[in-house]
Design a protein around this ligand. Sequence first.
Ligand SMILES: [Zn+2]
Length: 330
Amino acid sequence: MKTAMPVSSNNPPTVGRFAPTPSGGMHLGNLFCAVMAWLAARKENGSFILRIEDLDASRCQQEFADQMEQDLLWLGLTWEEGGSKGGPNPPYYQSKCAPVYEQALNFLSEKGLTYPCFCSRGELHAASAPHRSDGAYLYSGKCRGLTSEQQQELAQKKSPAIRVRLPERHFDLYDLAQGPWSHQLTSGEDFLLRRSDGVFSYQLAVVVDDIRMGVNQIVRGQDLQICTPGQQWLWGQLGGTPARYGHIPMLTDRDGRRLSKRDRDMDLTALRQRFTAQELTGWIGFVAGFLDQPEPLSMAELVPLFRWEHLSKTEITMPESFQRRLEEGL
Ligand SMILES: [Zn+2]
C-alpha cells in the first residue's frame, strides 16, 4: 500500500471539507474540527466544501443544518461549495444522494465485494459513524461464509443489511497530524454499506461523496482514524487515489469528557453569547498550539499560523480559564 505523502507543487489544488451531521446544534468540538479542516485547506490556498451528512432522516433536521451554516459564517469560516450554497457537485445533502450510493453499492456487489448480513438489529449496531475507540465494535463474521442457498432461505424471512467484504491486508499510512502509522485490516472490520431498513451507511456515503466532490484532504477527529484503512481500500475499489488524511485531537472538558452535543454550555448558542467571533477564533488558535496566548484575531489571520506539527497528538483539555469565562453570569 502506497504511503500518502505531503503535498508537492505538482499535486492538484487542495480541496478540503467539513461534513457535520445536523442532529443537534454545533458544539465547540465540531467547530474545532471545522476550523482545523478549513485552516489546513486555506494554508495550501485550497478550496472548501460544506457537506451535510443527514443520512439518518429520523435524527437530522434542516433547521440544525441552517444554524450550523450561520454559526460557521459568524466565525468567518467561508466555503466555495455545498450546504445551501450549492455548487458543481450536487447534492450536498446526503439525504438526497440515495441513487448515487445505490449505484456504488451495485458496482461493489458486481465485483463480489459485498455480502448480505442477516444479524439482528442489536447485533448490527447502528449504521452511523462507528466509535471503536469508545468500546470495541467488531463484526463476528457470522454471515460472511453463508452459501447462496442459505442466503436465499434467510432472505425469505427478513431483508438483510449489506456488508463490505474486506481483504486481510496490512496498511502503512501517513497521517498529516499523527505521522506514520500502520494497521492490519481484518474481516472483523467488514462494515455495513446499507442497513436492513435501506439507509446507506456513513462509511459508504462518506467515501462516495469525497470521491465525487474531488476532496483530496480530509481533516477530522481522531475517533475516526481507525476507519481510515477500510475507507482508503473502498476508495481504491471505487476508483481514484485516496485523499490525504489528518486526524486531529478531540477536545475534552475539565473532567476529561469529550465535548458532545450533550454539553449545552459548549454549544454555539452559549459560546456566541459570551465571546466575539475573533475572541473565539483566538481561543481555538491557542488550544491548537498556534498562539502563545488567546488573543482576538480573525480566521484569515490564523491561516499563516497553522502548523500540523504544533497540534497535539492526544486529547486537549479546554483550559480552566476558558471554562470559567463560559460560566460567568450563568
Ligand atoms: Zn451478520
